[in-house]
Design a protein around this ligand. Structure first.
Ligand SMILES: NC(=O)c1ccc[n+]([C@@H]2O[C@H](COP(=O)([O-])OP(=O)(O)OC[C@H]3O[C@@H](n4cnc5c(N)ncnc54)[C@H](OP(=O)(O)O)[C@@H]3O)[C@@H](O)[C@H]2O)c1
Length: 302
C-alpha cells in the first residue's frame, strides 16, 4: 500500500496522497468539468486505495470482517472497541498481515469518548474521512413488558444515539474528503419481527433505516452517500450462542431460502462495495443480507 498511509505520527496513520482516488471518485459524479477530469479506470472504481475509514467495533464479528475487507482493498482503517487487550491483539495481527489499521479504546455509548475518538481520527487522517462504518450495536433480549428504563437506555444509546452522533461528528471530515460515504449496520430486526424478544432493538434499528434515507437526502449536496446493510442471522459470537438453543438453528434454516445462516464476510463484501466509487450512484438504500429470510412467507412445502 504505497499510495496513501505512508507515515506514522503519534501512533496514527497520516494520509498523504489520497487525492488521486478522491478525485477519481468525484469524477464519477461531477459532470461539470468532464473535459479536465482524469479517466476513471475499472481498477479505481473497484478499489478503496487512498481512502480513510472508521469502523466502530472492529475486534470481533462483522466489524472485524469489515476492517479486514476495507484494509485489504487498500483503505487506511481506524477502529475502536472497549476491550483494550483484545484491541491490541487484533492491531498486532493486522500489522503482521500488512494492513494499515490503527485504533483506540472507545465506548461508543459515551458522548465524551465519542468526541475524543473523532478528535483522534481528525488528527490521524489530516481532517478528512472518506468512510464511516457505524457497526457497533447491542441487544438485550427481553419481553417488552419486562424492559427496565436502564436497559432501554443502554440499547438506545448504543444503537441509535451513538451512530447518530458519530455522523454529526464525522460530517465535517466526510465533507472535507470531497467524497464521503456512511454505511450503517442495521438489522432485519428493523424491518420485521424475528420471533425473539427485542422490541427496543428493533425500534432502534428501524430508526437507523430511516436515518439512512434522511442523511442520504440531506448530505448529498456535500457528496456524502449514506447506505445501510441489514443483516439477518450472521455467525458471530452472540448469534452462535443463540444457535445453541434447541431448534433455533433448525427453524432459522427452514425459513431461509438459502438454508443457512450468513458468514461475516458476506456482510463485509457488501459494505466494501457500498464504499467504492463503483457504487457512486447508490445512496439512501437499506439492503438486507439474510439469505432471503425477509422475502420468504411460507415455509417450503414441496
Ligand atoms: N451477528 C448478527 O447476526 C447480526 C444481525 C443483524 C445485525 N447485526 C448488527 O451487526 C453489528 C455487529 O454485531 P456482531 O454480531 O458482529 O457483534 P459482536 O460479534 O458482538 O462484535 C461487536 C464488536 O463491537 C464492539 N463493541 C460492542 N459494544 C461496543 C461499544 N459500546 N463501544 C465500542 N465497541 C463496542 C465489540 O468489542 P468490545 O466488546 O471490546 O467493545 C466487538 O468488537 C451490530 O450493530 C448488530 O446489531 C448483527
Amino acid at each position: 500500500m504505497d499510495n496513501s498511509c505512508a507515515t506514522l505520527q503519534e501512533g496514527c496513520l497520516v494520509v498523504q496522497q489520497q487525492n488521486t482516488t478522491a478525485a477519481a471518485t468525484m469524477a464519477t459524479v461531477d459532470h461539470s468539468s468532464s473535459s479536465t477530469k482524469a479517466p476513471v479506470t475499472r481498477n479505481s472504481r473497484w478499489s478503496l486505495a487512498g481512502m480513510t475509514a472508521l469502523v466502530t467495533g472492529g475486534t470481533r464479528g462483522i466489524g472485524h470482517a469489515i476492517v479486514e475487507e476495507l484494509a485489504e482493498l487498500g483503505a487506511c482503517v481506524y477502529t475502536c472497541s472497549r476491550n483494550e487487550q483484545e484491541l491490541n491483539e487484533r492491531l498486532e495481527e493486522w500489522r503482521a498481515k500488512g494492513f494499515d489499521v490503527t485504533g483506540s479504546v472507545c465506548d461508543v455509548s459515551s458522548v465524551t469518548e465519542r468526541e475524543q475518538l473523532f478528535q483522534r481520527i481528525s488528527s490521524c487522517f489530516g481532517g478528512k474521512l472518506h468512510i464511516l462504518i457505524n457497526n457497533v450495536g447491542t441487544n438485550i433480549r427481553r419481553a417488552t413488558e419486562n424492559y427496565t428504563a436502564e436497559q432501554y437506555s443502554i440499547v438506545m444509546a448504543t444503537n441509535l444515539e451513538a451512530p447518530y452522533h458519530a455522523c454529526q461528528l464525522a460530517y465535517p471530515l466526510l465533507k472535507a474528503s470531497g467524497s464521503g460515504c456512511i454505511v450503517f449496520n442495521s438489522s432485519v430486526a428493523g424491518l420485521v419481527h424475528l420471533g425473539t424478544p427485542g422490541s427496543v432493538y428493533g425500534a432502534a434499528k428501524g430508526a437507523i433505516n430511516q436515518l439512512t434515507k434522511n442523511l442520504a437526502c440531506e448530505w448529498a449536496k456535500d457528496n456524502i452517500r449514506t447506505n445501510c446493510v441489514a443483516p439477518g442471522y450472521i455467525k458471530t459470537p452472540p448469534v452462535e450462542k443463540l444457535f445453541e438453543r434447541k431448534n433455533f438453528l433448525d427453524r432459522l434454516v427452514s425459513r431461509t431460502p438459502l438454508r443457512r445462516p450468513g458468514e461475516t464476510e458476506e456482510v463485509s463484501s457488501l459494505v466494501a462495495y457500498l464504499c467504492m466509487p463503483a457504487a457512486s450512484y447508490i445512496t439512501g438504500q437499506i439492503i438486507a443480507i439474510d439469505g432471503g429470510l425477509t422475502v420468504n412467507c411460507f415455509e417450503r412445502v414441496v
